[in-house]
Design a protein. Structure first.
Length: 768
């Protein structure tokens, strides 16, 4: 009996049984707490995901669409919203009002109304009310004054107002209706990037609060009644219970919601109930969406769990005792246990016939081979791992501790005092001709040559960016400009000599910490965009160019108007000069890179629209591909050459076509003169109507009719004047005005030259 309790088998059996009992007791004690927490945790996670999806959907279907409306009015609309150009032009006012109505109709599910307010002249054009003076605003639309006053005091370019509970007749002015509607006004300044205090025009978009409520109801129908949207000031913007809209933080429920931290997901007590609160924030305007769920939803499964826990504990003890005896026998012989474990993982039946020790030795060798293979795999993926770490570092996605750990894992030293980023951008036409394999080989070759380059106390780290650009990080203890220039010269000469390609470089500023490299990278990435406008500079390092990114200056409209007029007049030299003047202004002015590219694209758009009107198509490509060609140019010089070529070809073609159609053109001119005898019949104006240049019209008119254009116009007017005088119904002054002469004296002079007598003498002769 003594040997029985001291045997290895019995000790192992008692050990297993003791372990089973302890596990069963421990399992029984924590089962309730674990599963209850697990159930609630799963529900919280699911609710948080649903809430996050709701926020994303609000941002895409409300915020982005509202911004799209603003951009459509500011840039994409065919009607210019510059209100200071109205000057009593009622048709322009009607066009703007109709444009606003069209936008409201296009987004009727979201937008109730759109208003334009002139901050200088204090009048408003509304999609609902038309033209209104601010001082005489009707009481039914007094809510408009809220966003006007708030925007005038704002230092931001946009503003989200609180929800206004308005009568249903706020826009229809029908006082007999009793139902109410809720509107949220989104106000933005114009011109771009101007503050509310500096804005010339305020664009206000009235958004239906019901649109937000409908999104919440569709996304989270179960918790719709318990979901709120609150702004930065703690005011309820949207809720199922409309009576809560506009309530402030002083109210108990709203105050409790606002006291919750963004990462907190525990139970909170408010309104005499216990709830679990989830929240997320809308990044665009700082609104926070909350949803509250009663605690009963989380713990209703626990009632039956108590009985199940007891049954499982007893079952675990019974199974554990049975298993303990099995484990005792299986574990009695360590060698046998190892063999059984190995045999269960061996696929080859011949290996099972080996000696047991040889079999174990073979298994260990196989495991060693697998470990070596795993190390080879990690080594082969070293470049990919390094690439991902460097991109995350440049985009500031690591904390300082994480960055240190990641760089140590790829064996990159941080023992340097200064760091600087260089962005390399391929601008050679040959670059586009490379095949994918050639392109990748060239990139890897450049990166390899840079990383093996040797400089005193300096290390270069190079990586490929997603758009085939290359970033180089200079790690050095000697932060001198000569070092940067030496490295830049090496890059340009190496690429030019080995691959015959041209690159452009941009240099960010020096930083003293590796954790600040993303700052230098952001500067270099911003500067490289200006290489498009300065193609003569191979290295861009003037950090003052980045000031243009924050500039709100806009190029005068006169540049585009002059270009369009010269193009329509088919004045080749004038059109080219207008383009060159605009490009010089872009280079020398404080305009951002994106805005400047938009202006250049506007030239293409004007050209494309005009050649479509006259039904001309470029020989090498359709006008639809003009935009693709524009996007393919690496610098403004190539763009300029391309535009000059397109305009030259267009003018030559139109002049050839005009030669063929000269007779028809002269007939059209004569008809136009006859039908507009009292209007503007200058050579420039009439040539625009028949789509040829004034110089060419004068030439072919003389050739076809035998008289000069101006002489023909004078003869036609005098002939028409003679007919009108013969009717004896109009005075001389009225006849002069009818045939296009604003000065009667000049009319009398020309009449006498043509007919040999004054109009009055001619009238007397008719009476006699």
């Amino acid at each position: 009996m003594h040997k029985l309790f001291h045997s290895v088998r019995s000790k192992m059996a008692f050990s297993y049984i003791a372990v089973v009992l302890v596990i069963a007791l421990f399992f029984g004690s924590i089962l309730y707490f674990f599963f209850s927490n697990q159930y609630s945790k799963e529900i919280r996670i699911n609710k948080q995901l649903v809430l996050k999806n709701t926020v994303n959907y609000i941002e895409s279907s409300v915020i982005e669409r509202v911004n799209q409306i603003y951009l459509s009015l500011a840039l994409g609309s065919s009607v210019n919203i510059e209100l200071d150009t109205l000057k009593g032009n009622h048709s322009k006012i009607l066009d703007i009002e109709q444009s606003l109505k069209n936008q409201v109709q296009n987004y009727s599910d979201l937008v109730e109304a759109i208003h334009l307010y002139d901050a200088d002249n204090h009048f408003m054009i509304s999609s609902v009310h038309g033209l209104l003076l601010y001082e005489s605003t009707l009481s039914s639309v007094d809510h408009m004054a809220d966003w006007i006053v708030a925007m005038k005091e704002s230092k931001e370019s946009s503003l989200w107002m609180q929800t206004n509970m308005l009568p249903q007749d706020s826009y229809t002015e029908l006082p007999e209706q009793s139902n109410g509607s809720s509107l949220i006004s989104y106000v933005r300044s114009y011109p771009f990037q101007s503050t509310g205090q500096e804005s010339k025009i305020m664009i206000a978009i009235d958004i239906k609060e019901s649109a937000l409520s409908q999104i919440i109801q569709n996304m989270i129908p179960a918790d719709y009644e318990n979901t709120f949207i609150v702004d930065q000031n703690g005011t309820v913007i949207s809720a199922a219970d409309k009576s809560l809209i506009g309530s402030s933080t002083k109210e108990s429920t709203t105050q409790t919601l606002l006291s919750i931290n963004s990462d907190e997901k525990f139970t909170h007590i408010f309104d005499q109930g216990s709830y679990v609160v989830s929240q997320d924030q809308i990044a665009e305007n700082g609104w926070t969406i909350y949803t509250t769920t009663p605690n009963e939803s989380f713990y209703y499964k626990i009632n039956n769990l108590r009985e199940i826990s007891a049954i499982l504990c007893l079952l675990a003890v019974a199974v554990g005792i049975a298993m303990s005896s099995i484990f005792t026998v299986a574990s009695y012989s360590p060698i046998k246990r190892i063999l059984n474990n190995i045999k269960s993982r061996v696929d080859s039946p011949t290996s099972l016939k080996q000696n047991e020790y040889r079999f174990i030795d073979t298994a260990i060798n196989s495991l060693s081979n697998k470990v070596d293979s795993l190390e080879d795999t990690l080594q082969a993926n070293q470049k990919v791992i390094k690439h991902n770490i460097m991109l995350n570092m440049l985009n500031n996605r690591f904390t300082p501790e994480e960055l240190t750990e990641q760089l140590q894992s790829i064996k990159i030293s941080m023992a340097f005092s200064h760091f600087r980023c260089i962005v390399i951008d391929p601008v050679s036409e040959k670059w586009k001709e490379l095949q994918p394999r050639q392109l990748q080989h060239t990139l890897y070759s450049v990166i390899h040559q840079l990383e093996i380059a040797e400089f005193n106390e300096t290390q270069l780290i190079a990586e490929e960016l997603q758009d085939h650009k290359i970033v180089v990080i200079i790690c050095t203890n000697q932060p001198e400009e000569s070092l940067s220039n030496q490295i830049a010269g090496l890059i340009l000469s190496e690429v030019r000599s080995r691959f015959g390609l041209e690159f452009v470089l941009s240099l960010g500023g020096w930083v003293e910490q590796f954790t600040e490299v993303h700052t230098s990278y952001r500067e270099a990435k911003g500067l490289i965009r200006y290489s498009y406008f300065f193609p003569d500079q191979s290295v861009i390092q003037d950090l003052e160019l980045l000031n243009r990114e924050n500039s709100s200056l806009e190029i005068p409209e006169s540049y585009l108007v002059n270009y369009e007029k010269k193009l329509q007049a088919r004045d080749l030299n004038g059109t080219i000069q207008a383009m060159q003047d605009l490009m010089v202004t872009i280079k020398e002015g404080m305009y951002s890179a994106d805005y400047s590219r938009i202006i250049l694209l506007k030239l293409v758009s004007i050209f494309s629209d005009y050649i479509s009107q006259v039904r001309w198509q470029p020989a090498e490509a359709s006008s639809l591909n003009l935009y693709k060609q524009f996007a393919s140019f690496y610098n403004i010089n190539r763009y300029s050459e391309w535009m000059v070529h397109q305009v030259t070809e267009f003018v030559k073609h139109m002049e050839k076509r005009s030669e063929v159609r000269s007779i028809d053109t002269i007939s059209a001119v004569k008809v136009y003169i006859r039908e507009h005898i009292s209007g503007d019949l200058t050579l420039d104006h009439v040539s625009e109507q028949v789509f040829i240049s004034p110089k060419y019209l004068s030439k072919i008119f003389k050739e076809e009719t035998g008289i000069a254009y101006s002489e023909y116009v004078t003869n036609q007017r005098m002939e028409r004047a003679r007919e009108l005088i013969a009717t004896r119904e109009l005075t001389v002054e009225q006849v002069a005005s009818t045939v296009g002469y604003s000065t009667p004296a000049y009319f009398i002079k020309k009449f006498k030259e043509i007919h040999g007598c004054t109009p009055r003498n001619f009238m007397r002769s008719l009476m006699n």
